[in-house]
Design a protein around this ligand. Sequence first.
Ligand code: CDP
Ligand code: MG
Length: 152
Amino acid sequence: MQRTLILLKPDCVQRRLMGRMITRFEEKGLNFVAMKLIRITPELAKQHYAEHVSKGWYPTLESFVTGGPVLAAVVEGLEAIQVVRDMLGATSGLKAAPGTIRGDFSSSQQMNLVHGSDGPDAAKREIALYFKPEELIEDAPTLTKWLRAADE
Ligand code: CDP
Ligand code: MG
């Protein structure tokens, strides 16, 4: 089992697509273990996107992600980190395959609706940036036996 950080970015919130995005992750069988609506500060943006801070496009990314509320969530599931990345598609909505979230809803390389951690180290680091350990709900979902075999 893995946990990964999802952010429904300001474009997603403003376009009233939160419900549809949450539905897609729920339909896949992922389990939401934490969720909150927040405003990302410039400081948090720099920590979250530390690998991109020196890039030419970082200032516009920072104004975008700090420009409106964001829904931060942690989802859990088998191979959840890669499963979520595959559901998002390529970074640019213009390149992302149809059927992916970005491919279906975005025509931008910046306003691509949803963030997902890109590996186990990033997931651990990013979950800790947005949530205290006690904010993660530990209850096992009752549906699990209808989502996968007992030995998976
Ligand atoms: O989110 P992902 O891991 O697919 O992409 P990234 O290359 O790690 O970039 C992080 C975020 O920066 C993207 O999701 C875009 O919102 C934004 N970005 C941008 O504004 N301009 C670019 N040329 C590339 C990425
Ligand atoms: Mg990335």
